[in-house]
Design a protein around this ligand. Structure first.
Ligand SMILES: *Cc1c(COP(=O)(O)O)cnc(C)c1O
Length: 438
C-alpha cells in the first residue's frame, strides 16, 4: 500500500482506487459472482454478504484463517457475524459432528443428545426451560408468538436500530419484509421514553424485545438503567420482556443479561451456540415455556423438522460444554476489551474521527468522534469511510464486515490482534487527510 501513490485528494477517488485494486486482485471471485447472478438474485442468498462491486468468494477456512478463490489469505476478524466463535475447524466440534454422523442422520425421533444440550444451555444461561429452533430469527418468531398467546395482547415494542432476524429488521424503522406484528418503535437507551411508551400501551402490550447490546446495529451497549427500567415497566404492565441474546450471550460467562444483573422473562439464543450448525433457541420462565408442553390439552404447537437435528445438538453440546466454557468466555471478553482499548487509543493519538464501540469480543468501527448511545448518533457518519476502511483492511489480509463489525473467535490470539492493530495504524497514517476531514 505504501509503495503506490495513494489518491488521497478526496474520498471518492481514494475509494475508486481501492475498488479498482480490489477488482484487479480478485478475478476468480468476480467470475464466481457473475456465474451466481444467473440463478440467484444478485448472486446472493444472504443479503448481508453483498457489497459492491462484488463480494469475495472463499475457497476454505481453517482455525482463524480464510483463503479466497484467488488464493489470498485473511485473518478472520468477522467470525461469521459471531456464529463462528470456534473458528473453522475446532477439533472437538469436528469430533462431535463425526460421532453424531456415526449414529445416523435425521432419526425421526428423539435422540440422546437433545436433553443434555438443553440442560447445558438452561444451566449456563439461567433459563428454567428451553426449546430449540433452526435460527435466531425463528427463535424470536416463537418468543413473540409465545408472548402474544400468553398475554392475549398484540402490541410489541421494539427499538430503532434493533435486529432480531430477517423478518425483524428495525435499522431504519420497519422493513417491508418484516412479519406483520403490531410493532411500536422506541428509542434505544432512552429509559424515560421507553417507560412512558410501555405505560401508555400497557393494556395492549404483549412484549418488549431488546438486544442488551445492539449487534448488527453497531455494537452499541445498553445502559444498565435502560434495561432495569424495561424490566420494571414490563412487570408493571404485565408484558413479557424478551432479551435477544443471539449475539450477546457470548459476552459474559452466563450471557450479557446475567452480567448486567437483569433477568428477562424470555431469552433468545442462536449463532455460535449451535457449534456452527443452524441453530436457535428460546427459553426462560417455565410458566411461559410450559404452554408448549404437549401433555396439555390446550398445548401451543411448536413444530420444526430440524429442531433436534443431531448434528446441531452434538456440535452445540460439545461447543458450550467443552470449548466455550464460562472461563473461556471471560478470557475472550478480556482479549476483546484489551484490543478495543488499544484501537481506540490509536485513533485518539492520530486525532482521527474514528472509534470502536462494543463489549468484549464484539466491536464495531464508527467514523465519528462524539459519544454513541444509539444508532441515531452515527447516522451522519460518511458511509464511504467505512467502505474505504473495509477495502484497505482486505488489501492487508484482514477480513471484517463491510459495516465495520469485528468479532473475535477463539483462534484469534496475540499475533492476530497485533496484526489488526498494525493494519489500523497504517490506515490511520495513510488516510490521515481523509480522516481529518471527517
Ligand atoms: C443473527 C441475529 C438474529 C437472527 O439469527 P439467524 O440465525 O440469522 O436467523 C437475531 N437476533 C440477533 C441479535 C442476531 O444478531
Amino acid at each position: 500500500m505504501s509503495e503506490v501513490r495513494i489518491q488521497n485528494a478526496d474520498l471518492d477517488s481514494a475509494l475508486t482506487e481501492a475498488k479498482e485494486a480490489y477488482v484487479a486482485r480478485n478475478p476468480k471471485s468476480l467470475a464466481r459472482f457473475v456465474e451466481a447472478t444467473a440463478v440467484m438474485p444478485g448472486g446472493n442468498t444472504r443479503s448481508v454478504l453483498f457489497y459492491a462491486p462484488f463480494p469475495l468468494g472463499f475457497a476454505r477456512g481453517e482455525g482463524g484463517r480464510l483463503e479466497d478463490l484467488d488464493g489470498h489469505a485473511y485473518i478472520d476478524f468477522l467470525g461469521e457475524f459471531t456464529a463462528g466463535i470456534y473458528g473453522h475447524s475446532h477439533p472437538l466440534v469436528r469430533r462431535a459432528i463425526e460421532q453424531a454422523l456415526d449414529g445416523g442422520i435425521n432419526l425421526g425421533g428423539h435422540n440422546l443428545i437433545e436433553a443434555r444440550f438443553a440442560r447445558a444451555v438452561t444451566e449456563r444461561f439461567g433459563l428454567e426451560r428451553v426449546r430449540f429452533t433452526n435460527s435466531g430469527t425463528e427463535a424470536n418468531l416463537m418468543a413473540l408468538a409465545t408472548a402474544v398467546a400468553a398475554t392475549g395482547r398484540k402490541k410489541i415494542i421494539v427499538f430503532r436500530g434493533g435486529y432480531h432476524g430477517g423478518v425483524f429488521m428495525f435499522r431504519s424503522g420497519n422493513s417491508p419484509v418484516n412479519v406483520p406484528h403490531d410493532f411500536v418503535l422506541a428509542r434505544y437507551n432512552d429509559a424515560a421514553g421507553a417507560a412512558a411508551l410501555i405505560e401508555s400501551h400497557a393494556r395492549e402490550l404483549a412484549a418488549v424485545i431488546v438486544e442488551p447490546m445492539l449487534g448488527g446495529g453497531g455494537c452499541i451497549p445498553a445502559e444498565p438503567e435502560f434495561l432495569a427500567t424495561l424490566r420494571a415497566a414490563t412487570s408493571d404492565a404485565g408484558a413479557v420482556l424478551v432479551f435477544d441474546e443471539v449475539m450477546t450471550s457470548r459476552l459474559g460467562p452466563h450471557g450479557l443479561a446475567a452480567m448486567l444483573g437483569v433477568c428477562p422473562d424470555l431469552t433468545t439464543l442462536g449463532k455460535y451456540i449451535g457449534g456452527g450448525m443452524s441453530f436457535g433457541a428460546f427459553g426462560g420462565r417455565a410458566s411461559l415455556l410450559d404452554l408448549f408442553d404437549p401433555r396439555r390439552a390446550d398445548a401451543l404447537p411448536h413444530a420444526g423438522t430440524f429442531n433436534n437435528n443431531v448434528l446441531t445438538m452434538a456440535a452445540g453440546l460439545a461447543g458450550v460444554t467443552e470449548v466455550y466454557t464460562p472461563a473461556a468466555a471471560v478470557a475472550l471478553s478480556a482479549r476483546g476489551e484489551a484490543l478495543r482499548a488499544r484501537l481506540n487509543a490509536q485513533c485518539r493519538r492520530a486525532g482521527a474521527a474514528l472509534q470502536f464501540t462494543g463489549i468484549g469480543s464484539m466491536m464495531a468501527a464508527h467514523f465519528t468522534a462524539g459519544a454513541i448511545r444509539r444508532p441515531e448518533d452515527v447516522a451522519n457518519a460518511d458511509p464511504r469511510l467505512k467502505e474505504l476502511f473495509f477495502f484497505d483492511l482486505l488489501a492487508q489480509g484482514v477480513w471484517i464486515a463491510q459495516r465495520g463489525m469485528i468479532n473475535l473467535s477463539l483462534p484469534i490470539g496475540d499475533v492476530e490482534c497485533d496484526r489488526l492493530a498494525a493494519v489500523v495504524e497504517e490506515f490511520l497514517e495513510v488516510r490521515r487527510p481523509l480522516l481529518a476531514a471527517a
